[in-house]
Write a protein that binds this ligand. Structure first.
Ligand code: NAI
Length: 339
């Protein structure tokens, strides 16, 4: 008996020492909408992320099963499932990063704005809980229409007195992922080597890839660039139509969401020079929110990076996206303040 307890003490002591010499800080990530089409593969990818020590999976239904399943994956993070509003507080408490893929997706013929009536209320209620239970967390909003749901989140946080503009993000990474993939296919270069900023917002013409700034450079003509721009803007619709009523992008979105969350965790952990595109509160243009390259650090956004030189085609795109983006931002702000 005494030998067993001595061994037990010894091994837990060693385990503790193992952790304390490990430079990776403990990080809790919560996923709201974790049982959905995006939520499930995103939960899986976050379970594989070495920066995560605690993974909290919340949905209105289905999370016990998803959490039990994912918890058997042999990576270090602890997984817990929470179901229903009564458990939302526990799901959020202590979170460093909160990912929000909750809400309804598009069906063929719908725009992202058609989702507003349902998703605006969902994002609002989830953000009220975030303000209460983990006001310092970095919040990654995936739920569409991102051009409106991010301003809604900002208003909710302002009302609760916890708004820190550096910590609120609209996830536009899928636009970047698509731009990279489509460009690589056309230019015949490896997708992983391609860098292309995508700015503006996250719907139709508000999605503006800056192919003139792409590296590696390829000699693509104007028609190719126009076609790549249009395909990036319509990438979501391409998937909605191919799924024919069974939802929108889930797997590629989970990949993109996991990349973005990883960048947030790296920033929090002090990794230098983490630069990603995101829809954030911004001074880059006259619009209050705008997607651009941002540098991430220990408190979220350290710097929103200017657009750099634009081609004439990109400048036209920028000029024509502003009125739609402005209207979507205002729609979100009005919703948050009226209801
Ligand atoms: P889905 O319908 O498969 O899953 C949504 C999940 O949210 C469901 O499990 C549902 O139970 C849950 N949910 C609903 N109300 C909730 C609440 N109050 N609290 C917590 N969970 C709640 O939808 P899918 O395909 O996963 O899409 C989710 C959202 O992501 C949609 O709004 C979609 O438009 C958006 N999206 C965003 C993209 C982006 O690039 N930012 C790309 C693709 C989709």
């Amino acid at each position: 008996q005494s030998l067993r307890s001595a061994v037990g003490r010894g091994s837990s002591h060693l385990a503790r020492r193992g952790y304390s010499t490990d430079a990776v800080p403990e990080r809790k990530v919560a996923i709201l909408g974790a049982a959905g089409g995006i939520g499930q593969p995103l939960s899986m990818l976050m379970k594989l992320n070495p920066h995560v020590s605690s993974l909290s999976l919340y949905d209105i239904a289905g999370t016990p099963g998803v959490a039990a399943d994912i918890s058997h994956v042999s990576t270090k993070s602890e997984v817990a499932g929470y179901q229903g509003e009564d458990e939302l507080g526990k799901a959020l408490e202590g979170s460093d990063v909160v990912l929000i893929p909750a809400g309804v997706p598009r069906k063929p013929g719908m725009t992202r704005d058609d989702l507003f009536n349902i998703n605006a209320g969902i994002v609002k209620s989830l953000c009220i809980a975030i303000a209460k239970y983990c006001p310092n967390a970095l919040v990654n909003v995936i739920s569409n229409p991102v051009n409106s749901t991010v301003p809604i989140a900002a208003e909710v946080f302002k009302k609760a007195g916890v708004y820190d503009e550096r910590k609120l993000f609209g996830v536009t990474t899928l636009d970047v992922v698509r731009a990279k993939t489509f460009y690589a296919g056309k230019a015949k270069v490896p997708p992983a080597e391609v860098n292309v900023p995508v700015v503006g917002g996250h719907a139709g013409i508000t999605i503006l890839p800056l192919f003139s700034q792409t590296s590696p450079k390829a000699n693509l003509g104007d028609d190719d660039i126009k076609a790549l721009t249009k395909r990036t803007q319509d990438g979501g619709t391409e998937v909605v139509e191919a799924k024919a009523g069974k939802g929108s992008a889930t797997l590629s979105m989970a990949y993109a969401g996991a990349l973005f969350a990883d960048a947030c965790l790296k920033g929090l952990n002090g990794v230098s020079d983490v630069v990603v595109c995101s829809f954030v509160q911004s001074n880059v243009t006259e619009l209050p929110f705008f997607a651009s390259k941002v540098r991430l650090g220990k408190n979220g956004v350290e710097e929103a990076i200017g657009l750099g030189p634009l081609s004439d085609y990109e400048q036209q795109g920028l000029d024509s996206l502003k009125s739609e983006l402005k209207a979507s931002i205002e729609k979100g702000i009005n919703f948050a303040n009226k209801s």
